[in-house]
Design a protein around this ligand. Sequence first.
Ligand SMILES: Cc1cc2nc3c(=O)[nH]c(=O)nc-3n(C[C@H](O)[C@H](O)[C@H](O)COP(=O)(O)OP(=O)(O)OC[C@H]3O[C@@H](n4cnc5c(N)ncnc54)[C@H](O)[C@@H]3O)c2cc1C
Length: 414
Amino acid sequence: MKRYSAFAIAREALRYHTGWERAWASPEPKKKYDVIIIGAGGHGLATAYYLGKNFGITNVAVLEKGWLGGGNTGRNTTIIRSNYLQDPSAAIYEKARSLYETLSQDLNYNIMYSPRGVIMLAQTEHEVRGYQRTAHANALQGVTTEFISPARVKEIVPIINLDGPRYPVLGGLWQARGGTARHDAVAWGYARACSDMGMHILQKCEVTGITRDGGKVTGVSTNRGDIACDKLGVVVAGHSGHLADMAGFRLPIESVALQALVSEPIKPCMDCVVMANTVHGYMSQSDKGEMVIGGGTDGYNNFTQRGSFHHVEETVRALIETFPMVSRLKMLRQWGGIVDVTGDRSPIISKTPVDGMFINCGWGTGGFKAIPGSGWGFAEMIAKGHSPLTDAFGLDRFHQGRFIDESVAAGVAH
Ligand SMILES: Cc1cc2nc3c(=O)[nH]c(=O)nc-3n(C[C@H](O)[C@H](O)[C@H](O)COP(=O)(O)OP(=O)(O)OC[C@H]3O[C@@H](n4cnc5c(N)ncnc54)[C@H](O)[C@@H]3O)c2cc1C
């Protein structure tokens, strides 16, 4: 595949853009692959990419029931940060954040990584203590964060109201190298690189069954026929429970809708990401000028992949005290995705009771930021049986009571 470059843009401009190749191929399924990945979201595609790049395994198919990146990967609010409390979380999220720094060059695809900084506001004494503790933990983990004063918050975010009255800003946890990236581009960049390595990305290919022989996986049934494989990776976010059911086991996971919205575009007014977790709201400004706004998950389990009016009201109401300017904005669009939430708010990256079948799920409301690190670790697990990056996230932790409690870092925030 030809590389994208300034020279290529100039060349194509001269010939009216007639020479661009398709970014990825649309092949017919083969009878058998070494590895099948179910789910062409960011995590599935990144897993395929690092299988090829780090382990030379390229006889791989990524099966997607819709269009690639059309699940949560293309629906999230693109926040990237690694300021988690527990060591295994900080390790995988920081690995991901550091891979994001150079992902555009690595994939030869502009993913528009923007390390504009992320503040998590402390608006109660409890949050002040919690975030100061996280800042200390991050210092030990080698993750650069700092707890900042209200005056410094105001300096970074001039449009903020510090004074409450219900929830005054008492400080914030600041990660200067956190930020955002273009979510579709992350999926497209990985897909193009996978296709370039000869992997098959099969869209509109829904898995309807998982075939086994004597406790070992042998392949999948799909709406495009049966396909055999030696190893199977399942990376389907909110549909993980269904896929586990097809393979005959249960997951400690819930599926629930998470919604977001954007305002009309306005002039640049905020050049970082601000999260207000006490009131369940967060905001950043897109390159187009829209204010990108999100809140908490729906309060009940559901598979509704769309927005609802009560959510707009709840989320906007939560933000107005801290950002009075929001009351004068018109809202342009809203949408939803189906996220998969575990009891300890940490992902499951694990072998399963079925030999040769691996699962990567439970990223809940915050898995976009983890895509490169998760793909890196899951690829290693599939290729070698385990990965130091993912060892702590096994399914066995729920039997052993060895939870990785991230309810403060991930319960509401993304
Ligand atoms: C509104 C919203 C805001 C969010 N904001 C953030 C944020 O700011 N920062 C952050 O880090 N995270 C955020 N997230 C979470 C993040 O989007 C997800 O954790 C992440 O995208 C999960 O990626 P994935 O690849 O695992 O899943 P997905 O992108 O959902 O991909 C799974 C794919 O599997 C496919 N699939 C399902 N069943 C089958 C089947 N039977 N056969 C074949 N294919 C199947 C689906 O069609 C889907 O494309 C947000 C999520 C939402 C919904």
